[in-house]
Design a binder for this molecule. Structure first.
Ligand SMILES: [Zn+2]
Length: 206
């Protein structure tokens, strides 16, 4: 989720409609198709296999904007904001383009846009891993070295990524980009988030 936004929440009504509270505004969220959604759902299925004691994996939904990158509702639903992921990807694109090319460019990427979509999918994959980290933590069967809820989720995300063979170096860059470097902030800063993710990554070596 985004930092420094004040009151923030996510919930569903009895009909299953999704709502987000961002600042003072309540917004109804429409579920959309995300770029690379089939791939992300496949990756999410592989992530959940790592937690056989998680009796019921949260469902995954994509919405256009969330006022944050991701959120988890009552452990039953993970919601990912597509535009928020695009914002993060655009920042990484501008500041670390050469790393994006080095880690992600493939022959089937014919245009810059293809590469950008690949980066957005990577960002959403990391946000999904982080939100799953929250769900896993709440089962209390899986422990992390962190008391802080967000850093614990980042640690678990790193652990998951290592086990599902993602590109750790890019993961560090993404967690750096989603760190909150303003004071005060509800979420940890870039350095703390990279550290938690990297620690989880190292702990995930089989
Ligand atoms: Zn979180």
């Amino acid at each position: 989720m985004s930092c420094c936004s004040g009151g923030w929440g996510l919930w569903a009504n009895n009909d299953g409609a999704l709502f987000a509270l961002s600042g003072r505004n309540v917004e109804r969220l429409d579920v959309v198709h995300a770029p690379g959604e089939a791939r992300l759902r496949g990756a999410y299925a592989r992530m959940t296999w790592l937690f056989p004691n998680l009796s019921c994996a949260p469902r995954l939904a994509f919405v256009q904007g969330l006022g944050g990158r991701g959120g988890i509702y009552a452990d039953g639903l993970i919601v990912i904001g597509v535009e928020d992921a695009i914002d993060v990807a655009a920042r990484i694109w501008r500041s670390d383009y050469s790393q994006v090319v080095r880690t992600l460019a493939r022959p089937h990427h014919r245009t810059q846009e293809d590469l950008m979509v690949a980066l957005v999918v990577e960002v959403m994959g990391r946000v999904i891993a982080h939100e799953l980290g929250h769900a896993v933590r709440r089962t209390s069967r899986y422990r992390t070295p962190y008391q802080n809820e967000e850093l614990a989720a980042d640690f678990t995300a790193g652990w998951i990524e290592r086990r599902t063979s993602k590109i750790g170096q890019l993961g560090c860059r993404i967690f750096h980009a989603i760190g909150c470097n303003e004071i005060p902030c509800t979420h940890p800063n870039s350095a703390a988030r990279v550290c938690a993710y990297a620690w989880g990554w190292n702990s995930g070596a089989a």
